[in-house]
Design a protein around this ligand. Structure first.
Ligand SMILES: [Mg+2]
Length: 392
C-alpha cells in the first residue's frame, strides 16, 4: 500500500441521485420486458481533510441506499478502508468501491488502470450492447428487422465495430419455432450488412442445448465471436455445446458469469476449455448475491491471469460502468471486448473518454478521469429509517 493514503482522513461524504438516458427506448430481452429510456442511480462523493476528493457509482438500487453506510468510512484514514494494491478492505464497503478507487487515484496522481497493473491494452476494444429485441418491441410499434439494422448503423456511426445481439425471443415473446427462426434471421441480417464487424449473441439463459446446437448450425458461417449465457452454466451442457461449436463454428467462444457467479465452477469450466470469457459484473453489492464488483475482480485476477483467462466485465446499464470496465481491462492483460453502453448521463463530464473505430481511448487523468459536475442531493430527511425514500 502507498503510505500517502494514510495521510488523508475522510471528513465528508455526499450522496447524489443522477439520471442517465439511452438514445432510444431499449426493448425486451429473453426474460425482461422493455428496459425503458434510461435509469436513475446513486453516486457517492468523498472528501478528505487535505482537500482530496473522489466520486463513483454506489452499489445497489436508488431506494436501497442506506445513509448509515457513510459512517463506515467517515473519520477514517483512507488507508483504513482502502488499499491501492487490492481495493476496499471489506466487502461491506462495496458502495464506496468506485469512489475510493477514484479518490486514491486522485491522491496518488495516477489513472486507475495503473493501480490495476497497467498490463493491458490502452485503447480497449468495446462492443455495442444496446441491440435488444426491437424487431418485436415495443408491442404497439415493433420495428421489424429493419429497426435492428438501423440501430446497428447508429452504433457503427457512433464508433462501435462490434455488436452484441440479444437472442432467445422464444419461449417468452414468440412461439418456439418462430422465435428461434427470427433469432437466426436477425443474426444473419446483421452479418450481411456489417461484414467488417464482430458479432456476439446473448441468450440470457433462454435456450436449451438442442435449440442452441440448431442455432449454431444455422449461423455457422457468420463467425460469431461469442455466445453468452446460452443456458445456465454447467459442465455437461457446456461440453455438448463446445463439441458442437468445434465442429461447426470453432472460433466461437462461450461467455458467462454475469448472473450469480460461482467462481470455482467458472474457473473449472475455463480450465476444461468450455468457458471462453469471464463476465462477472464490474459493480458490486454486498447485499445482493448476483453482483460481483471491482474489488472482487481485483481479488480473483491473479487466478484468472494464471490460467490466461479472457475477460469482459458485465457493464450493462450505464456508460459509467463501461468506463470502469475499460479502466479495469486496461490494467490487466486478456480483455476480450468491453461492454459498451451508450447513454447521456446528467451531470457527468465523460469527455476524457473517446470511442473511435471500435476502441475506447482512456484519459490520462488521475482516478477514473471523469468529472462529477452536478447531481440531485439526497438528504433522506423524511425517512425515519434513514433509508432513502423512493420519492426523494
Ligand atoms: Mg448478458
Amino acid at each position: 500500500m502507498n503510505p500517502e493514503l494514510s495521510y488523508h482522513r475522510i471528513e465528508k461524504v455526499n450522496t447524489y441521485k443522477v439520471r442517465s438516458h439511452f438514445p432510444r427506448l431499449v426493448g425486451k430481452n429473453a426474460f425482461r420486458n422493455e428496459h425503458a429510456y434510461g435509469d436513475e442511480f446513486v453516486v457517492k462523493e468523498i472528501f478528505t481533510d487535505r482537500g482530496a476528493s473522489g466520486w463513483g457509482l454506489a452499489s445497489g438500487l436508488f431506494y436501497h441506499q442506506d445513509m448509515e453506510e457513510d459512517q463506515k468510512i467517515l473519520g477514517k484514514k483512507v488507508s483504513d478502508v482502502f488499499d491501492d494494491a487490492a481495493g476496499i478492505r471489506e466487502d461491506t464497503l462495496s458502495t464506496f468501491d468506485f469512489a475510493l478507487h477514484d479518490l486514491a487515484g486522485n491522491i496518488l496522481g495516477i489513472p486507475c488502470y495503473r493501480m490495476f497493473g497497467d498490463g493491458g491494452v490502452h485503447a480497449v476494444p468495446v462492443y455495442d450492447t444496446l441491440i435488444y429485441f426491437d424487431d418485436i418491441s415495443p408491442d404497439r410499434n415493433p420495428g421489424g428487422i429493419a429497426r435492428i439494422l438501423q440501430e446497428c448503423q447508429d452504433g457503427y456511426d457512433y464508433g462501435y465495430r462490434a455488436f452484441k445481439l440479444k437472442i432467445g425471443r422464444a419461449p417468452l415473446w414468440m412461439p418456439l419455432r418462430e422465435g428461434d427462426k427470427r433469432d437466426v434471421e436477425v443474426t444473419r441480417a446483421v452479418r450481411e450488412h456489417f461484414p467488417d464487424c464482430e458479432i456476439m449473441v446473448d441468450a440470457n439463459d433462454a435456450y436449451t442445448v438442442e435449440r442452441m446446437q440448431a442455432y449454431v448450425d444455422a449461423v455457422a458461417d457468420v463467425g460469431l465471436y461469442w455466445i453468452e449465457e446460452p443456458f445456465r452454466e454447467n459442465e455437461q451442457d457446456f461440453r455438448r455445446l463446445r463439441e458442437h461449436l468445434d465442429k461447426r463454428s470453432p472460433r466461437t467462444l462461450i461467455a458467462d458469469g454475469e448472473t450469480n457467479p460461482d467462481m470455482e465452477l467458472l474457473i473449472h469450466l475455463y480450465k476444461e476449455g468450455l468457458l471462453g470469457v469471464f463476465q462477472m459484473d464490474i459493480q458490486g453489492d454486498h447485499t445482493l448475491g448476483h453482483a460481483f464488483g471491482l474489488t472482487p475482480w481485483r481479488r480473483v485476477m491473479p487466478r484468472l491471469r494464471e490460467i490466461g483467462a479472457r475477460i469482459s466485465p458485465h457493464a450493462w446499464g450505464l456508460k459509467l460502468k463501461t468506463h470502469y470496465a475499460a479502466q479495469f481491462c486496461a490494467g490487466y492483460p486478456g480483455v476480450a471486448c468491453v461492454e459498451g453502453v451508450t447513454d447521456t448521463t446528467e451531470g457527468v463530464d465523460f469527455s476524457g473518454y473517446k470511442l473511435r473505430e471500435g476502441k475506447m481511448y482512456l484519459p490520462e487523468k488521475p482516478g477514473f478521469g471523469m468529472d462529477f459536475i452536478w447531481g440531485m442531493p439526497i438528504t433522506g430527511g423524511d425517512c425515519e429509517s434513514k433509508t432513502i425514500c423512493r420519492q426523494v
